[in-house]
Design a protein around this ligand. Sequence first.
Ligand code: FES
Length: 150
Amino acid sequence: MAAKIDVHIPLGVGEVARRSGVTVATVHFYEAKGLIHGQRSPGNQRRYHRDVLRRIAVIKVAQRAGIPLATIKAALEELPSGRPLTAKDWTQLSTRWRDMLNERINSLTQLRDQLDGCIGCGCLSLADCPLRNPGDRLGQEGDGAVLLGQ
Ligand code: FES
């Protein structure tokens, strides 16, 4: 028979790291960045509520998707505090991050296609190369020799 876990006993930093699959330094880093929160024990050791495990899982997945830590933090701060992350929270976060990922994929696909057109060219022209002049920025500044005097 498995030992019963008391969910009210806070976890030490080593236990959080082990159960989350991250290093102790990562746990400290997340806390320093305000992504997770702990308390000091009477013996002056960091202690974390078990909810932190789910929070770290969400952070790790978001990081894998390339979501910046500041964006992850902002999203987590929008959620009600004082309760564990729910499946509904995760659906909301992952849907938003999926949309961000799609935007990045579209942007990178466009960049790759433009790069395809540059391979073998080598002009690197501000006027003609889409990588040097994204979205025809110069064309929007008017007709003529807009680069004169630059
Ligand atoms: S290098 Fe010539 S179009 Fe980009």
